[in-house]
Design a protein around this ligand. Structure first.
Ligand code: S3P
Length: 438
């Protein structure tokens, strides 16, 4: 397969206005819930990244007719909660942990068997965290060696609700249980150790399915009615915007506007952390789309300083740490993160791969089992391996803005999983970024 590398050189100030692509988490859920609804739904602003296309492909294989996506628009003919059909082969979910874990919940409730597989990275990710509670609901589900994929699910069509305290704050596991609970007998209750993104709860309610939330507990009763089809707009992805929030903060003289970005409070930890570091991020034009808060963000360059990241912000910024670590490398002083061992089981071991990459650029990094300490230093040019991880590839492209020589980021193909237009958007803002293929 062709390898894609980025070469980034420090450029002038970043300027301009960008609409980042649709939110990945919300896009997956919009496709799944529209498929389970009765009638035709139209989703707009859908992220057309490979991960979401994986969910679209899986649902098509399960018998759901869809048109698109094109220009972010996907029309879905919902089949109802019991209308999915057995696929003719394994479902390949590529790089997408969200697809595999959410679909595991949904497929546990069916009366046919499925096998879920993925790419090299996904085949290494932990799946017992989702299989264990689903088994408690009565699902017949096996994982591969060490609790990794493939997942083999032999649906019995008869699940029973559980009350389940999540051992780790994971929106994917919470969502899998809730999706399984839609047709389970009784009241499914999930208790979180800390708040994780709540899109599934909001969107189920938006599709007309009753969900109650009290503190850290989410509850729904199985077979409480149909999901109502309708129009759904996906806001911009703050996780994608995060790269430009950091880029414009660290590149002197920059001012960048990011429009219609999702501002769900379970996602905005990155803004709180960057502000604590001294970033100037102004929020304006607040409104709501499809039950989610959105706003325009203006970010202007400011000198950053190191901070101790409060542990309660970790789940609220979990996907943004690669970008935050680059901000820390360009800040004055030391930034310390603990309580983030989850970063070791993302698309790569993000603590290890980020520490290695930052060190290759001359940055002082100490690695802990559950975090990093990064001391801001002059950043050198160098060659970085992204570990095939989309967010690490984009984070090091941003690091290239403040390096004293070119930064070459190897293996950036997976940027297409979450941010297909990254290179074009980065260049439009003023990045000096060339793509090299080999
Ligand atoms: C996601 C939840 C998070 C996040 C992932 C998307 C989701 O994972 O890291 O990128 O859409 O539910 P965990 O549930 O493993 O924390």
């Amino acid at each position: 397969m062709t390898r894609i590398d980025y070469r980034v050189r420090a450029a002038g100030p970043l300027q301009g206005t960008i609409r980042v692509p649709g939110d990945k988490s919300i896009s997956h859920r919009a496709v799944i819930l529209a498929a389970l609804a009765e009638g035709q739904s139209v989703v707009s602003g859908l992220l057309e990244g490979e991960d979401v296309l994986g969910t679209v492909g899986a649902l098509r294989a399960l018998g759901v007719a869809m048109t698109g996506p094109e220009g972010g628009r996907l029309t879905v003919q919902g089949v109802g909660l019991r209308g999915l059909q057995a696929p003719s082969g394994p479902l390949d979910l590529g790089n997408s942990g969200t697809s595999m874990r959410l679909l595991a919940g949904l497929l546990s409730a069916q009366s046919f068997a499925t096998r879920l597989v993925g790419d090299e990275s996904l085949m290494k990710r932990p799946m017992e965290r989702v299989a264990a509670p689903l088994r408690l609901m009565g699902a017949d589900i096996t994982t591969g060696p060490n609790g990794r994929p493939p997942l083999v699910i032999r649906g019995t069509g008869a699940l029973t609700a559980i009350r389940y305290a999540l051992p780790v704050a994971s929106a994917q596991v919470k969502s899998a249980i809730l999706l399984a609970g839609l047709t389970a007998r009784g009241s499914t209750e999930v208790i979180e150790p800390a708040p994780s993104r709540d899109h599934t709860e909001r969107m189920l309610a938006g599709f007309g399915y009753p969900v109650t939330r009290a503190g850290r507990e989410v509850r729904l009763t199985g077979n409480a009615g149909a999901l109502r089809a309708g129009a759904w707009e996906v806001p911009g992805d703050l996780s994608s915007a995060a790269f430009f929030l950091v880029a414009a903060s660290i590149r002197r003289g920059s001012r960048v506007v990011l429009t219609r970005v999702g501002m769900n409070p379970t996602r905005t930890g990155v803004i709180a952390i960057l502000r604590a570091m001294g970033a100037q991020i102004d929020v304006h034009g607040e409104t709501h789309v499809s039950g989610e808060p959105v706003a325009d963000l203006t970010v202007s360059a400011q000198p950053l300083r190191g901070v101790v990241i409060p542990p309660e912000l970790v789940p609220l910024a979990i996907d943004e740490f690669p970008a935050i670590f680059v901000a820390a490398a360009c800040a004055q002083g030391t930034t310390i993160l603990h309580g983030a061992a989850e970063l070791r089981v993302k698309e790569s071991d993000r603590l290890l791969v980020m520490a290695r990459g930052l060190r290759a650029l001359g940055v002082t990094v100490e690695e802990y089992p559950d975090g990093l300490a990064i001391t801001g230093s002059p950043v050198r040019g160098g060659v970085i391996d992204s570990g095939g991880d989309h967010r690490i590839a984009m984070a090091f492209a941003v690091a290239g803005l403040c390096a004293d020589g070119p930064v070459v980021v190897r293996d950036c193909r997976n940027v297409a999983t979450s941010f297909p237009g990254f290179v074009e958007d980065a260049r439009a803002l003023g990045f000096d970024l060339t793509v090299e293929t080999s």
